[in-house]
Design a protein around this ligand. Structure first.
Ligand SMILES: [Ca+2]
Length: 398
């Protein structure tokens, strides 16, 4: 028989063990997925570039997007719908008037803006936003529209509603198409791969709002003909590749599984059935590969929460030509700007920039003269000691 004292000790030890177990949950990142091909993740670190930076604009709330124009000016948008112009001489004018019919309020009302690929001729800007609820209804609607930027850059004219689309990011092509990405979270599982909803898709329309005759599902019955590709979670940065004219995107995974993709017509990109990400408790969502599902060119595990994508085309920064720049919003891999050194469609190295700054990078662009502008998010989390205004940085070689 156990002596009372020893018995008490055993109870104490058991309870202490339980408490210890409760304090140290299993590491959700303990079992990273295996890549499908060599070089699909965790590329080696590139040597560090010396850069200098200058804050060119501060005081932004809910920073959303940067857009470069042919004269090297930059448009900066906030969630409220405020758009400011950073002119090449550093002067700033704001706000641009004549916006589409945005709902009033706070948060992400203006989701994204994009310049027409032929802006020099058209002076057209595209908008993705939440519009005010129609008369007699309570729900706001999500729309994509275009407007013509006046020559003095003070207002938009000739606003045209192109359709009711839940746009996240927009990209325009020189042949008159507009790509629109949409969000598709896990709880929307059946809808993300279905062809009857706009959930978790890339959409493609003509810039007059009509449907391109070569869209992959056009002509099938019971589909939304705007759909271009399926199986996406949240592509928060897209570009048209300057050489191939194909759509490239970065995509938020759940916990891990952020992706870089080339988005091609009619392909299935897997989410939410095929992913390198996991649930937030570390449990599996699904396998990482499946027949007929397109593999990402590259993925990150843990997450970096990628937002904003640019391709460096000029040679102002030595060795950067052809690199992709990706913003990172979240901490597991450090809030920073990431440069991906590319060899065709392969990522051969990563360089993490602005790491010491430790700020959420929402968007990044390169102007035609080679300057790089970075948009930092505003943060209002006093408990975490993170209260910052949104800011625009201009990067230059040291
Ligand atoms: Ca995918």
């Amino acid at each position: 028989m156990l002596k009372p004292r020893l018995y008490c000790f055993l109870i104490w030890a058991f309870a202490a063990n339980l408490a210890l177990a409760a304090d140290t949950p299993p590491d959700p990142f303990a079992n990273p997925p295996s890549p499908t091909f060599i070089g699909q993740t965790a590329a080696p670190q590139a040597s560090q570039t010396n850069i200098r930076l200058e804050i060119v604009l501060s005081g932004l709330q809910v920073s959303r997007a940067l857009v470069t124009l042919p004269d090297n000016s930059v448009l900066v948008s906030e969630g409220s719908g405020n758009i400011q112009v950073i002119h090449p001489d550093g002067s700033i004018t704001s706000p641009i008037g004549g916006m589409p019919p945005l709902r009033s309020g706070e948060g992400r009302i203006l989701m994204d803006i994009a310049a027409d690929a032929n802006f020099e001729q058209s002076r057209r800007i595209y908008f993705a936003y939440e519009a005010a609820a129609p008369a007699g209804e309570e729900e706001s609607i999500q729309q994509v529209a275009s407007g013509i930027l006046s020559l003095d850059m003070t207002h938009f004219e000739n606003i045209q509603i192109l359709g009711n689309y839940p746009g996240r990011r927009l990209a325009s092509t020189s042949d008159g198409k507009l790509y629109i990405t949409t969000i598709g979270y896990l709880e929307q599982r059946p809808e993300v791969m279905g062809l009857t909803t706009f959930t978790g898709k890339v959409l493609r329309i003509n810039t007059d709002g009509s449907i391109p005759h070569d869209n992959p599902y056009l002509g099938l019955t019971n589909v939304r003909p705007e759909i271009y590709a399926t199986g996406h979670r949240d592509q928060d940065g897209i570009i048209i590749h300057p050489e191939t004219s194909e759509l490239w995107s970065i995509e938020h995974g759940p916990m891990g599984g952020d992706e870089l993709n080339v988005v091609r017509p009619g392909l299935n990109y897997g989410w939410p059935y095929i992913t390198y990400g996991k649930n937030y408790d570390g449990t599996e969502i699904g396998p990482t590969e499946w027949d007929g599902v397109t593999q990402p060119l590259y993925y990150w595990f843990p997450s970096l929460a990628p937002s904003g994508l640019a391709m460096v085309q000029q040679d102002l920064f030595p060795g950067w030509q052809g690199s992709l720049l990706v913003g990172s919003l979240s901490a597991p891999q450090g809030r920073c700007l990431i440069r991906l050194v590319m060899d065709g469609e392969r990522v051969i190295a990563e360089e993490h920039l602005l790491v010491d700054l430790d700020r959420r990078v929402r968007d990044v662009v390169e102007t035609p003269d080679g300057s790089i502008y970075v948009l930092l998010d505003s943060e209002n989390n006093a408990d975490a000691g993170r209260v910052f205004p949104g800011e625009v940085l201009k990067l230059m070689p040291h």
